[in-house]
Design a protein around this ligand. Structure first.
Ligand SMILES: C[S@@+](CC[C@H](N)C(=O)[O-])C[C@H]1O[C@@H](n2cnc3c(N)ncnc32)[C@H](O)[C@@H]1O
Length: 295
């Protein structure tokens, strides 16, 4: 049976806490900032309660996390997508609606997820990226910073980076070029059609307030068959993440990013991979990926 989706959000007395850790070396985990918020998924099916039920049966959080691992990967299998994009404008509001350029004005030379999660991502990239130094291959790291987590020594003649902080981008050793652009103000990607073989975006898809515009743009600038890899954990700058993200859990996030691919059009059905290195013990790491349709 497919996974019906129709996400309807109810905020039940959610209380926001001051974002005291915003400038620390890692992002707060989702849930650390709030008390009671609930997600109700439409069509009478609640993915959240599905996982709540699982947790009752599990003897430990580690066991729960291990059981959830397989479940997260199944979220995008045989989805019965509603005809219309199921999210509303308010789902893309943030607690902090001040300009993103202000928030990212000072460089942060930090990592936002722990080392095991970074290593898992780098290993994943090493398995799916075109071989290093392949003539004609071009990559784009969206929402990039001083680090892209690409395999050690990985090179292509063109690896573009986009982000908001120029000092961070300038220091990123893997990039051959960069553009600082606020994608929430201008979602148009400044590249020709059919340019890139791979687009990556690490722990940042949750900051995009115009995701459909951006995913359409990603489809435009990918070469036919080109791969888009969105990766995320359970941490974020919660004041800057969209409300539908901060109100939901990991498997919902997989569904949300899958929906971006589906409703943008031009992509193969999106797939999810759970590359969490030590479920329940270190930061989880999820990939939602898709290829641009070849035809
Ligand atoms: C949590 S950091 C992740 C950085 C990097 N991808 C990494 O893995 O360390 C979020 C990134 O998203 C980018 N970002 C956030 N909002 C953005 C926006 N409105 N437009 C463009 N980039 C944005 C920032 O420049 C920042 O580098």
């Amino acid at each position: 049976m497919g996974n019906p989706i129709g996400i309807k959000l109810q905020l039940l007395g959610g209380i926001y806490h001051p974002a005291t850790k915003i400038l620390s070396s890692s992002l707060p985990r989702i849930g650390e900032h709030r008390q009671s918020r609930r997600l109700v998924l439409g069509f009478g099916v609640s993915f959240l309660s599905q996982f709540t039920n699982m947790s009752h049966g599990a003897k430990s959080f580690t066991a729960f996390a291990a059981r959830q691992k397989g479940a997260v990967e199944k979220v995008l299998e045989n989805v019965e997508w509603p005809e219309q994009f199921p999210f509303k404008d308010e789902d893309f509001l943030r607690f902090d609606e001040s300009p993103d350029t202000t928030f990212y004005e000072s460089p942060r030379f930090v990592t936002h997820i722990d080392d095991p999660a970074i290593n898992a991502l780098t290993k994943y990239y090493s398995e799916v990226f075109p071989p290093s130094n392949t003539p004609g291959v071009a990559l784009l790291d969206m929402c990039s910073s001083w680090i892209s987590h690409y395999p050690k020594g990985y090179k292509q003649s063109r690896i573009a980076g986009m982000g908001l902080n120029e000092e961070e981008l300038k220091r990123n050793p893997v990039l051959t070029e960069y553009v600082a652009q606020d994608l929430n103000v201008d979602p148009k990607l400044p590249f020709e059609d059919n340019t890139f073989d791979v687009i990556t975006n690490v722990v940042s898809v949750d900051y995009l307030t115009k995701p459909l515009d951006i995913f359409k743009e990603m489809s435009r600038i990918l070469k036919p068959g080109g791969l888009a890899i969105m990766s995320f954990s359970n941490r974020c700058f919660w004041t800057k993440a969209i409300s539908i993200w901060t109100s939901t859990g990991d498997s919902d996030h997989v569904m949300i990013v899958g929906a971006y691919f589906h409703y943008a059009g031009g992509f193969e059905p999106p797939k999810a991979v759970d590359i969490s290195p030590n479920p329940g013990r270190t930061d989880p790491m999820y990939i939602v990926y898709s290829r641009k349709l070849s035809a």
